[in-house]
Design a protein around this ligand. Sequence first.
Ligand code: AKB
Length: 317
Amino acid sequence: MSSQKKILVIGSNGQIGTVLTKKLGQKFGFENVIGSDLRIPDIPTKFIFEECSVLNKEKLEEIINRYNISDVYLLAAYLSAKGEKNIDKAWDLNMNGLLHILNFAKEKKIQKIFWPSSIAVFGPSTPKNDVPQYTITEPTTIYGVSKLAGESLCNYYHNKFGVDVRSIRYPGIIGWESMPGGGTTDYAVDIFHEALKHQEYTCFLSRDRTLPMMYMDDAIQATIGIMGAQFDKIKIRTSYNLSSCHFSPNDLAEEIKKHIPSFKIKYKVDERDALAQGWPSSINDRHARNDWGWEPNFNLSQIVSDIILNLRNRYNK
Ligand code: AKB
C-alpha cells in the first residue's frame, strides 16, 4: 500500500459530509478524497464522487480496492427523528453499514476508520449536567440504541482484531454550509434561514430545552483531529464525549436578535421535544481533552455571528 492517504467519506452529501470532504480535500488534496453517497451531488464536486450505499458491500469493496483506500469516514446514518419513523431501516443502515467497514479493516483492506456516535446514547437515567464519559447509557431512540451498540462493536473489533477505529459522540451540530436532515437538533440550523428570510421561526422544541451543541468548524476540527492523533493516544475505543457549548431555543433566539432585532420565535412543540427531553444538557469531555488534545474554538455568540455573516453573504448574492 502506498504511504499517500486515500480517504473515503461515506455520506459525503450529508450535513457533516459536505463540509468534511471540502476540509479533507484542502488538507490532503482533492485527488485523494473520494466521496460516496446514495444521491449524486447537485453541483460538481472537487473530490472524486462515487454513487454507492453503505449497505452495498460488494460495490464498497470495489471502490476501496480501486482507489486503494486507507481511511474511511463513515457518516451515513439515520438520525434520531427520522429513525423513529423507520426503525428497521435505521437499525439496518446504522449497524450493517458499520459492520461492513469494520470487517474491511479486520481484513486489512483499510487502515483507519472514523465513525461518529452521538449524545443520543444517553437517556433520561443519565445525569442531566456535565455528563461524565462513563455513566448510565439507556437510550430511548432507535438511533441512540444503534449508536450505543455501534460503540460496543467498535470497541470489540479494536480489542479482538486490532482495528483502528476512532469515534466521538457528536452533540447537535450547526453550521451554514449545509442542511441537516432527520435530527432533533435540526431546529438550530433552520432557525437562521427563517430568521434571515422571514424574521420569524416556529420551533418544534420547547423554549428551555437546553442541549449540548457545537459549531461545524469545531466538529470538523475534532473529526480530523482524532483521526490525526497517534494510535496510542486514543485510549477510548467506544466513543469520546465531546463538548463545546450548550443552549436552549430561547438562548439561541436571544443571540440572533442581537443581529436581527425584529426576529421573533414561536413554539409549536412536536414529538421531537420528547426525544430531546431524554438527552443531557451538558457534557464533560475531559478525556478527549487529555488524551488527544481536543479544544473547541467557538462559543454561542461567535457561532451566531459567523453563521449570520456567511448566510447574509449568500442571500445577498
Ligand atoms: C440528532 O438530532 O439526531 C443528531 C444528534 C444529536 O446526533 N443531531
